[in-house]
Design a protein around this ligand. Structure first.
Ligand SMILES: Cc1ncc(COP(=O)(O)O)c(C=O)c1O
Length: 323
């Protein structure tokens, strides 16, 4: 697993009596090797491998997608199970395939603040009959596992109907921030952004066909078909502050200004050798752990009329805390 990941994943591995093996996150842009994607580096899998490895956890974090094709290939070749953590990425698509459908197993979260919420709980998706049968076996152990109840399903279902629409609203705001706000803010670095398709607002018409909403921004090309597209899902929108100290100020003052800001995860490279194996250096994960500012998806669920207000709040923060 990546040293920068949801810490609960690390603890889950430990809970099973296994030992996490840490790899670094990816720097996929060869023309800008300092650009970080907060997802496990496929190049490091070989270096981190050992006969004891059983599975690889790949989390899609902060609007970025793990490099699932390469990871799946490496896992299939080595007999490892690929666990795709799509808890932050429900509604995303990678080459037309839904996030959560590319690993041997995938996890979804329906926690309180997530993109689809039932207050708590989640789901496991199995792409493998044998693993699905083993998971079903766990349901025979009452007390250990709690299948999603009908009340939770009743809360989730209507949210599924609006998922594409809300994903696109968030993506339009994220695109506005990337293209029109952050380029003017030196020293605040965005993370690597995979090639994605132009987000375009899609609404359901009465006869259930999709149509393009005319009064939302539509930049450039014609909209991609959902079946062939790369669509990120933003649970958090992130950037790197110049230092840990400045991050603290940004979060403190931004929160007072009403922005839903927080710190990213801590790098797990700080955990002792007793708890995990650290076969490769993890400098990029450590950078994320020290300097990443995360802004909750609530800030992205706004109309284009509200973009200037968001941009002003960020510019003002940047002006005060850029270095
Ligand atoms: C990447 C990732 N995986 C798993 C989870 C766990 O979700 P839950 O709160 O449902 O336990 C989270 C929660 O933030 C997460 O961000």
């Amino acid at each position: 697993m990546a040293a920068y990941d949801f810490p609960g994943n690390f603890r889950t591995v430990e809970l099973l009596g296994a030992k996490p093996v840490l790899a670094d996150v990816s720097t996929p842009n060869s023309s800008n090797p300092s650009e970080i994607s907060p997802t496990i580096s496929p190049q490091q899998l070989e270096a981190a491998a050992s006969p004891n490895v059983r599975a690889v956890i790949a989390s899609h974090l902060h609007g970025s997608h793990a490099e699932m094709k390469v990871l799946r290939q490496a896992c299939d070749q080595n007999g490892w199970i690929l666990i795709e953590d799509a808890c932050q990425a429900i509604g995303g698509r990678i080459d037309g395939q839904a996030t959560g459908s590319l690993g041997h197993l995938a996890t979804l979260s329906f926690g309180g603040s997530k993109l689809i919420s039932a207050g708590s709980g989640g789901a496991i998706i199995a792409n493998d009959q044998r693993l699905a049968a083993r998971l079903n076996g766990l349901l025979d152990r009452p007390g250990d596992t709690f299948p999603l109840g009908p009340l939770q399903a009743a809360v989730i279902n209507p949210q599924l109907d609006r998922l594409d629409e809300l994903t696109q609203t968030r993506n339009l705001t994220a695109r506005f921030l990337r293209e029109q706000v952050f380029p003017k803010m030196s020293n605040w670095e965005l993370l690597h952004h995979p090639k994605t398709d132009t987000p375009t607002a899609v609404t359901k018409t009465e006869n259930a066909e999709t149509s393009v909403e005319p009064n939302l921004p539509h930049v450039g090309q014609s909209p991609p078909s959902l079946s062939t597209s790369n669509i990120p899902a933003f649970y958090k929108f992130c950037w790197l502050a110049p230092s840990r100290e400045i991050r603290k100020h940004i979060i403190e003052h931004g929160t007072k200004r009403g922005l839903p800001l927080g710190e990213g995860f801590r790098s797990m490279s700080r955990c002792s050798e007793k708890r995990c194996r650290k076969p490769v250096p993890t400098p990029q994960s450590d950078t994320l752990g020290e300097r990443l500012v995360v802004m909750d998806q609530r800030a992205l669920l706004i109309t284009p009329q509200q973009y200037p207000e968001l941009a002003d709040a960020l510019h003002e923060l940047h002006h005060t805390f850029s270095s």
